[in-house]
Design a protein around this ligand. Structure first.
Ligand code: MF3
Ligand code: CO
Ligand code: CO
Length: 268
């Protein structure tokens, strides 16, 4: 990938220029708009491949490109992870049933920039235990974003997320992390959702990355199924995830993937 503008830190993290924020906002907004537009489709009886087909057509209609179709052999425009699926669920013919919770994760390439976001949905009625899991996972992402500012470290982000999740007696998945992005999909650093305050690279203005904590009601361990993609909780407990793409500004984090309709939060 041609990604030569700006400079790299000694940790290999790209420092982008002011003008690059506009490109990330455009890409991030499109990904978030798509996640808004599928809300009416999330209902019992709907298959996850129907939802993915809609996402594929919306990416095309916008004149953008799916970042996931063809990525390491993946063939879909979204990952749809239902109930105990932690991430990388493959859309298929199985239909949603009442009370299922699901994460839909979409990454688009728009004008050369990557917009990567995911959020939780429910089919039908939301079970009480799942509601708590979704709320804690959403709030954990927001605690991570609050810690994302110049002078803080990536360890501060992970620590803020882990501390909050564990105070709520849930667990943070260790096997998957957030990532730098920009004109590439996955770049340094690995953004861990756990860790010690004050450790890891120092955040600087111009860094672009995702924060995407996965939280389990039970144990944190995961395993990948025989399809080589689907990651599930080993103890079959429910799992939730929210993801934003952000850019570090002079005094905080600019969220590129805010919901245009204000429907990112689980209580929409
Ligand atoms: N969007 C995912 C992420 O947050 C990556 C999905 S890769 C795929 O990094 F191939 F599984 F789609
Ligand atoms: Co991501
Ligand atoms: Co994603």
């Amino acid at each position: 990938m041609d990604d030569t503008r700006g400079r790299l830190t000694r940790d290999g993290i790209r420092i982008h220029e002011d003008a690059d924020f506009a490109g990330m906002h455009k890409a991030g907004r499109l990904a978030a708009q798509i996640l808004d537009d599928i809300i009416p489709m999330i209902e019992p009886g709907r298959s996850t491949e129907e939802i993915d087909a809609k996402i594929t057509s919306m990416v095309e209609a916008a004149g953008a490109v799916s970042a996931t179709i063809g990525y390491k052999g993946y063939q879909h425009a979204s990952c749809i992870s239902v109930n105990h699926v932690v991430c990388h669920g493959i859309p298929g013919p199985k239909v949603l049933k009442d009370g299922d919770i699901l994460n839909v994760d979409v990454t688009v390439i728009e004008g050369g920039w990557y917009g990567d976001t995911s959020r939780m949905y429910v089919a039908g009625n939301l079970p009480r235990k799942a509601e708590r899991l979704i709320q804690v996972t959403h709030d954990a992402l927001m605690k991570g974003i609050e810690a994302a500012k110049p002078g803080n470290t990536f360890g501060d982000i992970g620590n803020a997320i882990q501390t909050y999740v564990e105070a709520n007696r849930m667990s943070v998945v260790r096997d998957f992390c957030g990532h730098g992005l920009g004109r590439v999909f996955h770049a340094p650093p690995n953004v861990l959702h756990y860790g010690r305050a004050g450790t890891g690279p120092v955040l600087e203005e111009g860094m672009f990355f995702t924060i995407e904590p996965m939280v389990n009601l039970g144990r944190p361990e995961t395993k990948v199924l025989a399809d080589d993609w689907t990651a599930v909780t080993r103890d079959k407990s429910l799992s939730a995830q929210f993801e934003h793409s952000v850019g570090i500004t002079a005094d905080g984090a600019d969220i590129f993937t805010l919901s245009p309709a204000g429907k990112f939060h689980p209580t929409y």
